[in-house]
Design a binder for this molecule. Sequence first.
Ligand SMILES: O=C(O)C1=C[C@@H](OP(=O)(O)O)[C@@H](O)[C@H](O)C1
Ligand SMILES: C=C(OP(=O)(O)O)C(=O)O
Length: 446
Amino acid sequence: MAPNTASSALWPAPHASGAVDATVHVPGSKSVTNRALVLAALASEPGWLRRPLRSRDTLLMADALRAMGVEIEETVSSSSSVAAGSDAAGEAWRVLPTGLHGPARVDVGNAGTVMRFLPPVAALADGPVRFDGDPRSYERPLHGVIDALRALGARIDDDGRGALPLTVHGGGALDGGPVSIDASSSSQFVSALLLSAPRFNQGVEVRHTGATLPSMPHIRMTVDMLRAVGAQVDTPESGGEPNVWRVTPGALLGRDLTIEPDLSNAQPFLAAALVTGGKVLIPDWPERTTQPGDRLREIFTEMGGSCELTEYGLVFTGSGAVHGIDVDLGDVGELTPGIAAVAALADSPSTLRNVAHLRLHETDRLAALTKEINELGGDVTETADGLHIRPRPLHGGTFHTYEDHRMATAGAIIGLAVEGVRIENIATTAKTLPDFPELWTGMLGQ
Ligand SMILES: O=C(O)C1=C[C@@H](OP(=O)(O)O)[C@@H](O)[C@H](O)C1
Ligand SMILES: C=C(OP(=O)(O)O)C(=O)O
């Protein structure tokens, strides 16, 4: 059989010859785009997504909703045809909700948002919906969604492992009501149940019973976006019980939403300013957001940079020094690979804590980061819940990426400072940022 040249190809990571000085337009947020698609599909009237992210994860979400009967029209308006500065410029998707139905087949790829957010939607469809995906999707936890949906009245056929592949036999409606889940392996279990709950007959009361709950900002994002389309949501933060979320049944409004840039995808570019002592402007950085990437302002400042939120966006400036950090990343786990890469180039050790659940992400990220940084000469050890990173001079070599977009961008960060780093399968960045190689070389003026 011919080798898979696309994925086995090695990408010579560009080495920075000096301080970067660039403006980088980062495409829309994956997490916001995929929530907006689900909410628009469940609404009682058409809606718009402006500047959606066009990437593997969001196209899988759109195609899955189309397979269940939703119409999604893709339009592009040139900036010359709309008022200057208008949010209407660029790509826009118009979502026309219809009666959800099977039979349908859904390819989740390796998208956590698709594999977790859509089984509840399928339970509302009329007919069977088959879910399948990449080999890694079979290993990612889904039990919280499967068990909860069964408890709420859904019929699901799976192979008993609490994972993909599976078939949801939608009955056109779902009872809903109270349910307990352990979401310690993924916040997406909670988000998944809340997103569809306005359409359950009794809404939902989700009680998290596990010891820890990762990625709280992503649950806040779910709650904020539900409220913005008219849903009534009670949360622990709004005076409710700890670890309990309630959604009241009701119709959802169609919304005209402009998607924020993906702040987690801004991470490698901010890291470039930090490790080269340069400066990067990210236009349209939101003043207020639930995206976990906003925490980078604080984390990368502690690691040696400084930032200013201006009317043009976020200006992040490196000082030339990169410091280690001791940090709890439980809320912002998806930032770990990029922080680990910077930490490997720092002037002091780092400890990254409270991210044991990353072992079940796109790959086992703790094992992958340890192995790949150490193979370049680094000194990283896994702890029970994270990484301990002692910087050492690194050398070139192959950086394997395990079909994980954030491993690929982590390798690119190291490559800026270390000559001769070759990244396996840079195309895997297409999961959330298909233009990464071009944006990266553009930033470097190459
Ligand atoms: O809801 C979301 O959009 C996400 C939640 C988080 O998942 P986990 O809670 O599984 O870490 C995050 O890591 C993922 O990238 C996106
Ligand atoms: C964990 C991630 O993705 P997913 O939505 O597939 O869980 C990620 O993007 O870092």
